[in-house]
Design a protein. Structure first.
Length: 371
């Protein structure tokens, strides 16, 4: 394996760092509240960073998401790329790709995924009727309030595309730990089309009303692949959040003096920072490996679970360390360090509790191979 980024991936990462750094000052972020940053979203689209994901692959996206995480920039970059660009690009039909990908590349379409509990494997309790309509509720969907397109898994792990403005779709804002523009999604006979539907099927069903194979023309493991991709991408975002939290803590302890010397001179502070650095590197390398394997066409599901576990468990430790090393300032709700703490905790909740991820990974690794 070789995680060395290509020139294109490095260029995209450098450009992302520049855009996020220029337009994500703490004062600007504080004024946004829970909303997405429309100005930053336009700048990312104008720079061609959304469209670059198709060329840079998942590893390139992870590198760019690291830069977003460092600044806690409020845009649905991960969600729209994972649940829109990459999902439709890999599993959509030719007609769906031609119709939807241009808008997702230029940012006029914003996608998100209605996976219950975020990226957890259980999935939402959404059912599909024989007429290709969806019923059910997903309590929290990140970036839902600004989305135009939804990727919704049903109880049978089939993936459906739903327009947010379609009849039968209700969106209610939900407050979360971090500003995600999150919402509660209710589907009441909402019209949907199966991801990967091919001409000759009617909403993924044949004339008799039976499922006509909505994955024709796409890989049958679409749900598994999208879930693994989401876990990997959000682990990359968590790596950036942790790196940003640690960088702020290091800068603070290097300049803040106590009893005539910098806080960083204390061995206890150095040990906490060193542990946080190792945790951050573990999140980063596991996310890189999962992304590289997916881009190489290799099985990446257990590696995505590993990355998600590190991002969940180690991510919490790092953002807590970042807050603690700021002393009393870390408890200030308006201090930039607190944003990293909130983002780290929210990403932990979105990725799924570490124990649940570990249980799923164990079940996967001990599963009997199919004959």
């Amino acid at each position: 394996m070789d995680f060395t980024p290509t020139e294109e991936q490095l260029a995209a990462s450098a450009l992302a760092a520049e855009v996020f750094g220029d337009l994500s000052a703490p004062e600007r972020l504080a004024a946004l509240g829970p909303s997405a940053d429309a100005g930053l979203w336009k700048a990312l689209c104008a720079a061609g960073l959304l469209g670059a994901v198709a060329e840079t692959g998942l590893l390139g996206l992870v590198l760019m998401l690291e830069e977003q995480g460092r600044t806690t920039a409020q845009v649905p970059f991960a969600a729209s790329c994972v649940y829109g660009l990459l999902a439709i690009g890999a599993h959509g039909s030719a007609e769906q790709r031609a119709r939807l990908l241009p808008g997702l590349r230029d940012g006029t379409e914003v996608a998100t995924g209605a996976f219950a509990g975020g990226a957890r494997a259980g999935g939402p309790r959404v059912t599909a009727t024989t007429a290709g309509r969806l019923r059910g509720c997903v309590p929290v969907v990140p970036w839902l309030c600004g989305a135009t397109l939804l990727l919704v898994p049903d109880v049978h792990r089939r993936l459906w595309l739903v327009r947010v403005d379609a009849p039968g779709v209700r969106v209610e804002p939900v407050a979360t730990t971090a500003p995600w523009s999150a919402g509660r999604l209710t589907l009441d006979d909402a019209p949907a089309e199966p991801l990967g539907a091919t001409p000759g099927t009617r909403d993924g069903h044949d004339a008799a009303g039976a499922c006509a194979g909505p994955y024709e023309g796409a890989r049958a493991d679409a749900h598994e692949d999208v879930l693994a991709t989401a876990r990997t991408a959000f682990a990359g975002l968590q790596a950036g959040v942790c790196a940003g939290a640690l960088a702020r803590a290091v800068a603070h302890t290097a300049t803040r003096e106590q009893f005539g010397r910098p806080l960083a001179a204390n061995q206890g502070v150095q040990l906490r920072a060193a542990d946080a650095y190792m945790d951050t590197e573990a999140i980063r390398v596991t996310a890189y490996e999962a992304a590289w394997r997916r881009d190489a066409g290799l099985d990446a599901v257990p590696h995505a679970l590993t990355a998600a576990w590190w991002a969940s468990e180690a991510g919490k430790r790092v953002v807590h360390t970042g807050q603690h090393l700021h002393g009393g300032l870390g408890a200030d709700l308006d201090h930039p360090a607190h944003r990293h703490f909130l983002w780290g905790r929210q990403l932990d909740a979105y990725l799924g509790a570490g124990a649940e991820l570990l249980e799923e990974l164990g079940a996967l690794l001990t599963k009997e191979p199919q004959p």
